[in-house]
Write a protein that binds this ligand. Structure first.
Ligand SMILES: NC(=O)c1ccc[n+]([C@@H]2O[C@H](COP(=O)([O-])OP(=O)(O)OC[C@H]3O[C@@H](n4cnc5c(N)ncnc54)[C@H](OP(=O)(O)O)[C@@H]3O)[C@@H](O)[C@H]2O)c1
Length: 311
């Protein structure tokens, strides 16, 4: 499949020139300025087929035609982006052994489910797929039905990024839900097509994968709301690039106590520091966890408080 023009297709078929909206909320009237304008070579369009012998329902390979960063100035508003993460009291999000670390509680998982239901796409890093094997679906039947009634797929498009495409096509990410996008640098495209092409759309991100460009490409596909569910490496990049609008940080009453475990974020030059403090926009107790909402951009409108259901 060839390179796509702006707004050619996307979840919900909204025009990408429209202002991105937060989940289930009206537009805010502010488009972000976008990240620093860094040149990003246009990848070539490419064609290919999956080689895994898997069902051919979704074999697609696309040159992303990823735009330069700073797309807000160039007519494509980046998706309204919510970063979501649960940390231990000592600031870790994963175990030292690499296995899944359950930090949150049932009521908070339900809150996350509601946030998912309001999004067009959910993005996780490849390492989270390998270590946690998440399905990334909207679980609640009523929320799925509400999405259908709005003309949306039951569950958001799933998105991942990888430099090596070392991912299992039988992972839950690839075997549940509907639309799946795998962004990888050009050099990994053949491997990605061979391993995953039957179960996901492979997007050539060019010589180097740059998350602001991925975000802009999602906008061009009509995705106006993006939920980023980790892990730390991906969250770090969204924060440092200043392309997120909200941070949902849940603090669980546990310690991990092992410096080998995955920290919330890596080192980096974050836009918020002692001389430029972030904005805490909400504090809520959900059972035994604290749910903190931070406003990360001037597009922030809040309104994602947990409704108190604990289905
Ligand atoms: N507590 C929570 O809320 C939560 C949520 C999610 C995950 N987690 C935990 O977080 C840990 C995983 O986090 P992590 O930071 O290690 O990994 P991650 O952010 O999930 O994924 C990192 C991987 O994504 C790919 N990637 C990221 N940026 C890229 C770029 N710019 N270009 C190309 N590829 C890129 C690479 O994949 P390749 O290696 O394939 O090249 C990289 O190794 C796990 O322990 C998981 O359990 C916790």
């Amino acid at each position: 499949m060839g390179e796509r023009a702006l707004g050619e297709r996307g979840v919900g078929e909204r025009g990408v020139g429209e202002r991105a909206r937060p989940p289930d909320r009206p537009g805010t009237g502010h488009d972000r300025d976008g990240p620093p304008d860094r040149s990003h070579p246009m990848p070539r369009a490419a064609t290919g087929t999956g080689g895994t012998g898997l069902p051919r329902a979704d074999i697609r390979l696309e040159g992303a035609g990823l735009p330069r960063a700073g797309t807000g100035r160039e007519g494509v508003a980046l998706p309204y982006t919510v970063l979501s993460c649960c940390i231990s009291l000592d600031g870790y999000i994963g175990s030292a052994t690499g296995g899944r670390l359950l930090l949150s509680n049932a009521a908070d998982f339900d809150r996350v489910d509601a946030v998912r239901a309001g999004c067009d796409a959910i993005l996780v890093g490849a390492q989270t797929i390998r270590s946690d094997n998440p399905r990334l679906l909207v679980r609640d039947p009523e929320r799925r039905a509400a999405r259908r009634a709005r003309g949306l797929p039951e569950t958001p498009t799933k998105v991942t990024v990888t430099s090596g495409a070392d991912l299992d096509p039988d992972a839950a990410f690839f075997t549940t839900g509907a639309d799946r996008l795998v962004y990888c640098p050009s050099g990994a495209v053949p491997r990605a097509v061979a391993r995953l092409g039957a179960r996901a759309t492979i997007v050539d991100a060019g010589p180097e994968l740059y998350l602001p460009s991925v975000s802009a490409d999602l906008a061009r596909r009509g995705m106006h709301t993006l939920l980023v569910e980790g892990g730390g490496r991906v969250l770090t990049q969204f924060l440092v690039a200043d392309i997120a609008d909200e941070l949902h940080l849940v603090v669980a009453p546990v310690f991990v106590g092992d410096g080998q475990a995955r920290r919330f974020v890596d080192d980096g030059r974050f836009p918020w520091h002692p001389a430029r403090r972030g904005r805490l926009a909400g504090v809520q107790q959900i059972g035994d966890v604290a749910f903190l909402t931070y406003a990360l951009s001037d597009r922030f409108v809040g309104g994602t408080e947990h409704e108190g259901s604990a289905r």
